[in-house]
Design a protein around this ligand. Structure first.
Ligand code: ADP
Ligand code: TMP
Ligand code: ASP
Length: 238
């Protein structure tokens, strides 16, 4: 697999073309961003940890019957993925209230949400990823009506699979963000699932083990990600 030109430099990953028009290389960098790029720092080894973490989770999802873009690990901090036509939408599932929903709705941080709830956001840093609804998605043509249904259904299925997985490691999956894209007429899970895009709390102490450590300046960010990986039985090389 030959690495070709740089196609896209995001806040945390760089995407390269390959000699196969249907495949891309995703390079997970050490850059860590919060508040839509307002706070950015390099955290040593984060790229390698997240790349291998993402590979592990994507494989678990694939084993459970969820189709994803993930093909294979290429190195500590690079993976080969299927090239998707990404929808400009972020899907968020919440099991416990934290972050923006607490500010927006005035609900208490840590409140159990039963059943879990779901929100769509527009992927647009300049607008600070505003919350949108399914009518916006249809009226502005950001996705087809059946894709809207599929995103909700897949997100809740992924929630059930991963909630159980993290609980085995004594962690609560508080919330997470997913991105989907089109491939060959189907909707596949793209982008990443890592502690950069979810909230994970220790089940007993509710200690934060995710990017909230960076957002809130708590320190020990990559160490927390490694702890999560260790609890899930991953063997990470940095
Ligand atoms: P951002 O700053 O956009 O949030 P990243 O630094 O994570 O994001 O960069 C990754 C970019 O690659 C994102 O724009 C994401 O939507 C896109 N992407 C993820 N997976 C795929 C894929 N399989 N095919 C095409 N683009 C993808
Ligand atoms: P929020 O509480 O800020 O809305 O975030 C909910 C979850 O989604 C949290 O785990 C962080 C994740 N998320 C991202 O990873 N990127 C984003 O751009 C947004 C809006 C949320
Ligand atoms: N993912 C967004 C960013 O990188 C928002 C956040 O995580 O706070 O800035």
């Amino acid at each position: 697999m030959e690495k070709k030109e740089l196609l896209n430099t995001g806040k945390a990953k760089s995407v390269y073309a390959t000699d196969d028009a249907e495949k891309l290389i995703m390079h997970f960098r050490d850059d860590t961003s919060a508040f839509d790029g307002e706070k950015i720092e390099k955290l040593a080894h984060k790229g390698a940890v997240n790349n291998q973490f993402n590979a592990f989770i994507m494989q678990k999802l694939q084993d459970a019957g969820i189709e994803t873009h993930f093909e294979k690990l290429l190195s500590d901090d690079e993976s080969l993925v299927k090239k998707l036509d990404m929808l400009p939408i972020e899907c968020v599932v919440r099991n416990i209230a934290a972050g923006s929903i607490c500010k927006r709705l005035g609900v208490e941080d840590g409140l159990d949400l039963s059943p879990p709830t779901f929100e769509f956001f527009l992927k647009n840093d300049a607008l600070h990823d505003p919350m949108i609804n399914e009518y916006h998605i249809k009226s502005f043509g950001w996705a087809e009506p059946e894709e809207v249904e599929q995103m909700v259904d897949l997100s809740f299925r992924i929630n059930e699979i991963l909630k159980a997985l993290f609980l085995e490691g004594d962690m609560l999956l508080v919330d997470f963000k997913l991105e989907f894209g089109r491939y060959d007429g189907r909707l596949l899970l793209g982008d990443e699932f890592t502690p950069d895009g979810c909230r994970l709390w220790d089940v007993k102490t509710r200690e934060k083990l995710d990017k909230d450590r960076f957002r809130k300046g708590l320190g020990g960010v990559v160490e927390a990600y490694e702890e999560v990986a260790r609890r899930l039985g991953m063997d990470i090389h940095v």
